[in-house]
Design a protein around this ligand. Structure first.
Ligand code: ZN
Length: 210
């Protein structure tokens, strides 16, 4: 699955926690229990320290944890594969292939699958390049290095355009997300230095009153 609206890091959360319970924010849109259909209520379960959505009937605690996004910087012959997004958020902006991890796949499989779905390109996933904690979106973005297995690519249904782009031609002002820009910058810096480092970044656009 490619990143869709209300997903990914540009979807700034408007959730907030009560002043007494700072920390992880909660999905206040949830009204009903997915197990039994009864109302849920915000409570701090026994032994916990954060508010959770707790079912008022069956007692199920609906934990919310960050989602993993896997992506890669695909290279062929010195150039980088970029996709122009056909979907919101950030439609029309450029990104590396990336999207939400599915159950029962590895991070590398997820990164390769996203590259196939968005750019019809087969890649060999390489070393880990960047881990970006996107706190406000409750996501962790994991970006690998990758090599195109063959110089073949196309335009997936969620892309408007796909290109192999020289480093000097990357359209930086039109890069869709800060995590993508970070991964690209670090990828290129490392490549120029002949290294393959692992780089961390934290992005936090939570509202200041929290
Ligand atoms: Zn329930």
């Amino acid at each position: 699955m490619t990143l869709r609206s209300a997903d990914f890091e540009s979807a700034v959360s408007t959730n907030s926690t009560t002043p007494a319970v700072r920390g992880a924010s909660i999905n206040r849109v949830m009204n009903f229990c997915s197990s039994c259909g009864a109302r849920v209520a915000l409570r701090i379960p026994d032994g916990d320290h954060l508010q959770r959505q707790v079912c008022t009937s069956c007692g199920t605690i609906h934990y919310e944890n960050p989602k993993l996004v896997a992506g890669c910087v695909p290279e062929h012959d010195g150039r980088i594969l970029l996709c122009r997004r056909a979907i919101e958020p950030r439609r029309g902006f450029w990104t590396i292939p990336a999207g939400f991890m599915e159950n029962e796949e590895t991070l590398q499989q997820a990164a390769a699958r996203e590259c196939w779905e968005e750019a019809l390109a087969r890649v060999e996933i390489g070393s880990l390049c960047a881990i970006v904690h996107v706190l406000h979106a409750h996501q962790v973005h994991v970006m690998f290095r990758a090599i195109l297995a063959e110089p073949s690519y196309g335009v997936g249904v969620e892309s408007l355009e796909v290109m192999l782009c020289a480093a000097a031609e990357i359209p930086w002002p039109e890069i869709a997300f800060p995590s993508v820009a970070f991964a690209l910058h670090k990828y290129l810096e490392d490549r120029a230095a002949g290294t393959q480092g692992l780089h961390f970044k934290t992005i936090d656009m939570r509202l200041p009153d929290r």
